[in-house]
Design a protein around this ligand. Structure first.
Ligand code: TMP
Length: 308
């Protein structure tokens, strides 16, 4: 692919590109890297989206599944109803012609109905565990090494998702085979009864268009519930003091994850997994560095090793 043909004419003279990544303004990125490095690891935090960012977009030639999509309730009627909701609302989610306030209302409606079906259908922990074991989902190569690098330097990682916290935690458990004390998951969290059946969701719903309104939730104290596989120990009110941010996302809307954090420097790294020709201009303007074609995490590993 001739990337030079795809890049916006307005890009800085310091733009760089490799087959795997594009940097629209390499000088600006270098300045941010230098500032973050000078401030030290104690000032840095990482905020990452989950689906399509930490996980691969493609899995064995098929779309990797999201934490919502992989879930099988063990009740075909309810699985089919959630699938019907997806068929109806997903085209709305990706339709650029629907105005944001209207779209946000519809997304709220989708999440509400979907969560309602999971409760009504009596989702169990067992069904979550089995769904994850059967699912086509995998972390990008290099994610474990990234987490290890950050853990060794006590740099917190906040995984921020409009998906399902309990499913994401199970993916961590089953696919990483180890826990990380520096990782906290902020997502829609389930409440189970004594028999292990879902009875409610905690707090306000996080959907794709209101992540920014929840960014401060990340600074809340950690819920060290016994089932939290990561058992995070960082006092998350301290993350407010970590004023340098490395943000990882796969949608331009993911940039809202750092709203409300009064950061001094932010490096935004974006994964552009699909529609590259159509979206590269917008992505390269929005993100400091764009990784193309469902790239592995090695580029980010290299980037953080320049930061601390
Ligand atoms: P995120 O993980 O990137 O924050 O987004 C969550 C995705 O979940 C979003 O693209 C829509 C999808 N989704 C489903 O597949 N099924 C559902 O029932 C719901 C509510 C969302």
């Amino acid at each position: 692919r001739r990337l030079s043909l795809l890049l916006p004419a307005s890009m800085s003279s310091s733009s760089t590109r490799t087959p795997e990544s594009v940097v629209a303004d390499a000088d600006a990125l270098a300045r941010k890297v230098a500032a973050i490095r000078a401030a030290g690891a104690a000032k840095l935090q990482v905020i990452a989206d989950f689906d399509g960012t930490l996980t691969r977009y493609w899995y064995d030639g098929c779309r990797g599944q999201s934490s919502h999509a992989l879930l099988r309730q063990g009740n075909e009627e309810f699985d089919a109803k959630r699938e019907e909701l997806f068929e109806h609302y997903h085209p709305i989610e990706i339709n650029p012609d629907i105005l944001l306030p209207e779209k946000a209302k519809l997304m709220e409606e989708w999440w509400g109905k979907s969560h309602g079906l999971l409760i009504e259908g009596g989702l169990t922990r067992e069904a979550i565990n089995k769904s994850v074991a059967d699912a086509p989902i995998a972390f990008r190569d290099g994610v474990v090494e990234l987490f290890e690098f950050l853990e060794a330097r006590d740099i917190p990682v906040l995984v921020f998702s409009a998906g399902l916290a309990d499913v994401i935690e199970e993916v961590f458990r089953q696919k990483l085979h180890r826990s990380f004390k520096n990782i906290k998951i902020v997502s829609n969290r389930m409440v189970f009864n004594e028999e292990g059946r879902l009875v409610a969701f905690k707090g306000k719903t996080i959907h794709v268009l209101n992540k920014n309104e929840h960014s401060l939730d990340m600074a809340a104290p950690v819920d060290n519930s016994p089932e939290d596989p990561n058992g995070s120990t960082e006092d998350y009110s301290l993350v407010k003091k970590r004023t340098n941010v490395l943000l990882l996302g796969d949608h331009i809307g993911d940039l809202g994850m750092s709203d409300g954090l009064n950061y001094e420097n932010r490096i935004a790294a974006g994964f552009l997994n699909t529609n590259i020709e159509k979206s590269l201009k917008d992505y390269s303007e929005a993100f400091d560095i764009v990784y193309l074609d469902d790239a592995p995490m090695w580029g980010v590993v290299e980037l953080v090793s320049d930061l601390c």
